[in-house]
Design a protein around this ligand. Sequence first.
Ligand SMILES: [Zn+2]
Length: 192
Amino acid sequence: MTTNLFESFNGVLKSARNLPITALVELTYYRCVAYFADRYTKARADITAGERITAYAKNKFNKWEKKAPKHSVTVFSHEDGLFEVRTPINPNSAYRGNHRHEVNLRESTCSCQKWQVYKIPCSHVIAVCKYQGISAMRYIDRCYCLEEQVACYAPRFHMVPDSVHWNEPDFPVLYPNVRCAVQKVDQDQLSF
Ligand SMILES: [Zn+2]
């Protein structure tokens, strides 16, 4: 929920290019081990510091919480958890403000779609929660809980034993033809 997975892996494996296959696999493996260890340590440190949710979710929530007091709330159905939220006119905003949004607490939806997409209550939902006297934090999805992040990055990689301790393979092992490799090097040198 907090990172673009492809970009993250590109970042992790940036230098794993143009290498022999064993080195490539080894580098990928060790980069992943380091990545997981780093994320795990950071999440544990945040929990120790008294945090409960990720910084990403907290920042988004705080940003939207600041907008909430300017909204006005109308109850449409207490029973079904339906509310209309109006935003004030805002000439500085790209959307100019003055909009109506439909919040459905029971279905966990807001017509602005942010709640459904981010799984963090938008300013309209926060306004409804304040109006109702309930904590909007409870609607932040569990995927942003630091405990979940710790569980995601909990160490589970195994160390690769030194090759001298490996079992004898029960399949034919193919080795490169050393003489061909030497000839190739000679040719490359000649071509310069
Ligand atoms: Zn909304």
